[in-house]
Design a protein around this ligand. Sequence first.
Ligand SMILES: Cc1cc2nc3c(=O)[nH]c(=O)nc-3n(C[C@H](O)[C@H](O)[C@H](O)COP(=O)(O)OP(=O)(O)OC[C@H]3O[C@@H](n4cnc5c(N)ncnc54)[C@H](O)[C@@H]3O)c2cc1C
Length: 408
Amino acid sequence: MAHSVASQSGELNTAVIGGGIVGLLTAWQLRLTGHTVTIVDPEPGAQASYAAAGMLAPISEVQYGQQQLWDLMTASRAEYPEFMSVLERAANTSSGYRENGTLLVAADPGDRAAVADLVTVQQAQGMDVSPLTSSALRRREPALRPGLAKTWDVPGDHQVNPRQLIRCVTQALEAELAEADFPGAGQPATWVARRAAGVERNGDGSLRVEYDDAASADFAQALVVPGLGYEHIAGLPQRHPLNLRPVYGDVIRLRVGRDQLGPGEDRLISATVRARVGGRSVYLVPRASDDPLEPGGVVVGASSREDGMPGTHAGSVAELLEDAAAVLPGVREMELMEITTRARPGTPDDRPYLGVPEAGTSLVVSTGFHRHGVLLAPLAARLGAALLNGEQLTARDAQLVQACALRR
Ligand SMILES: Cc1cc2nc3c(=O)[nH]c(=O)nc-3n(C[C@H](O)[C@H](O)[C@H](O)COP(=O)(O)OP(=O)(O)OC[C@H]3O[C@@H](n4cnc5c(N)ncnc54)[C@H](O)[C@@H]3O)c2cc1C
């Protein structure tokens, strides 16, 4: 297979190695800024991004001592609506983005203090989190179990269906874009269903991507965004080792049965529910009744395991279902659609890696998005493209890039 470094029309031919949610959104951002992208991935969208529930939850996920990560999360959260709207216009389909808010729940009296502590941290940061009375909760979410110990409203934490987002960005990458609507955009993307085995610099400054079947192709620039696959790509990881580890998560997809709904109802719960139940955490993310891929779905997750077992952990699934039913009794009557297990690309401080590993090369690395890759994807896409384009960053963006520096 041969690619010329510059296309006939003079655009830059750029390789994006890894077609998960971060790689695909970055490929889209690169296309918008004039690149003609080739996405190299044997199975785009099939790894961590396939499992993710898609919570966009900088507030609910805040943790004490993670200010830099929180800055990244809130910055990306702010970019979501506009990013999705441009994408939807190009793809002519929904991105699966939904502003449905979140509830924090302490199921039992013993859980109340732990959730209240988190709320104290959130409120000290000026986040919009407020307690709900039990009668207000009953009006808003009547299907939740009566007698939950305490609930708080987090109106700014939303969701996207990652699988629908992948479908949407794929269509946007493949679409013929009118110059009047997307001035300067690159040509439709090319897909290479192969695994990259190595990336090397050619004498003329271009980059050679070697595939695992011994073929290779040259590109003017490359963005390496393979999640946990980073350490298996020869060349870069040996010179720039990053501290990545698999953090396995089991997640369950359910569907609300028609007979669980009353006349005129189209869902059991409206908001995402993040609960603490007997000291354990569980979340329930309701999809819209007209979600194209998971209509009436409820995603229940997720375990967080570092036991080295890539398969599904039976005990985690049992606990998730038990805890979900303790908050939403209707879970017991739902249809079990799917159980998925994937590894999050974990890093020691939960912050991703985004940067230029070798000065003077047209190569950017973007990986380690751990628990928040869906949330962080629009920001990572914009900053990754800016780094590859050699743009002068604003002080704010430089600070955000610094928070993702390639570090050990
Ligand atoms: C159970 C679970 C629930 C989650 N829930 C959420 C959530 O609610 N909200 C949130 O923000 N995040 C969530 N996450 C985290 C999120 O899914 C990840 O951070 C995100 O998907 C990372 O995206 P990525 O594109 O970097 O990696 P991935 O989705 O893992 O994609 C990497 C891609 O690179 C490809 N690849 C690897 N090696 C090579 C190679 N050598 N050559 C070519 N291609 C290669 C793979 O095939 C894959 O398609 C969750 C994760 C899990 C596991």
